[in-house]
Design a protein around this ligand. Structure first.
Ligand code: DOR
Ligand code: ZN
Length: 343
């Protein structure tokens, strides 16, 4: 196969940031995807519909005349009110609410300290059909960092689903066989996104020949057996799994530091990297469902109608991309060759 045409995909989980960084990174996402679910973990976080309106304006400005559609999210806090949820649902452009357990990851300090404090907001979301997007890791420092997703399933997710059985939930950026099994064996209210890095890399990639900060994200990369489980899930044809890059840009200096930020930037070549992973499984015929159909179907949105074409043309990913003020961004697979190219 030398060409692959699929319905234009969407990215169901991306960090576009704000200010100068937004202006530099948003065009990469707009070039590949028709729509994207935009994460609200700015500083300060996007906790209200009013802030989301202002943020969406800045995104639209950053992408210029592209017809890319940003789908906005609110950042759940201990104090999110049912009224704010109702406003979000009425807004039509806020499509989901994001749960960051406080302290779990980048800009999560304003996140939820105890999910039971959010009962009013969660009940309103269940009623409104507004999905909850979960960063599924416990924050207990006694739990090993590689076990935090599995612990989250037992300690938080299962009790939450029992209390709100009709609440739609997206288990974001799943990284383990445990999460795959849970999503597959639980009802239709739960779906999951999978990133390119968790399909293409295992945890060895963080330590190959030395510390590799550009392969560090949260949830952290896991063992090969987990990568295999994710590959099987993504290519299985199950409509519960869909594309969410979690592309999370940080300036090079912030990654290459004594306390480097978590996050991998993948928006420059996301669909090509997914194609690479699906090809590894001889499953390119399953890419369109995963990338273009399962996400909108889960969210109850229409599928895109236009198409994109990938061509089998080897190309070398640049070593770096420019950011403002002389800063640079090191992309996923910097300097490596990809065999698929979006044309
Ligand atoms: O690696 C990550 N980076 N994981 C997250 O959950 C947040 C993200 C970011 O915002 O940089
Ligand atoms: Zn994220």
């Amino acid at each position: 196969m030398t060409q692959l045409q699929i319905t234009r995909p969407d990215d169901w989980h991306v960090h576009l940031r704000d200010g100068d960084v937004l202006n530099h990174v948003a065009p990469y996402t707009a070039q590949q995807f028709a729509r994207a679910i935009v994460m609200p973990n700015l500083q300060p976080p996007v906790t209200s519909v009013k802030q989301a309106v202002e943020y969406v304006d800045r995104i639209v400005h950053a992408i210029g005349d592209s017809d890319f559609e940003p789908l906005m999210t609110l950042y759940l806090t201990d104090n999110t009110s049912a009224e704010e949820i109702i406003l979000a649902e009425k807004s039509c452009f806020v499509k989901a609410v994001k749960l960051y357990p406080a302290g779990a990851t980048t800009n999560s300090s304003a996140g939820v300290t105890d999910i039971r404090k959010c009962d009013d907001a969660l009940a309103a979301m269940e009623e409104a059909g507004l999905p909850l997007l979960v960063h599924g890791e416990v924050t207990d420092p006694a739990i090993d960092v590689f076990d935090r997703e599995a612990a989250f399933i037992d300690q938080v997710l299962m009790p939450l689903m029992n209390r709100f059985p009709r609440l739609k939930i997206v288990f974001e950026h799943i990284t383990t066989a445990d999460a795959v099994d849970f999503v597959l064996n639980t009802g239709l209210t739960i779906g999951a996104t999978i990133t390119p890095q968790h399909l293409l890399l295992n945890r060895n990639a963080m330590f190959k020949g030395g510390m590799r900060p550009h392969n560090y994200c949260l949830p952290v990369l896991k063992r090969e057996q987990h990568r295999q489980a994710l590959l099987h899930a993504a290519t299985s044809g199950s409509n519960k799994f869909f594309l969410g890059t979690d592309s999370a840009p940080h300036a090079k200096d912030k990654k290459e530091s004594g306390c480097g930020c978590a996050g991998i930037f993948s928006a420059h070549a996301a669909i090509e990297m997914y194609a690479t992973a699906f090809e590894e499984m001889n499953a390119l015929d399953k890419l369109e469902g995963f990338a273009s159909f399962n996400g909108p179907d889960f969210y109850g949105l229409s599928r895109n109608t236009e198409t994109i074409t990938l061509e089998r043309t080897p190309w070398v990913i640049p070593d770096a991309y420019p950011l403002a003020n002389g800063e640079t961004l090191i992309p996923m697979m910097a300097g490596e060759t990809l065999n698929w190219k979006l044309i």
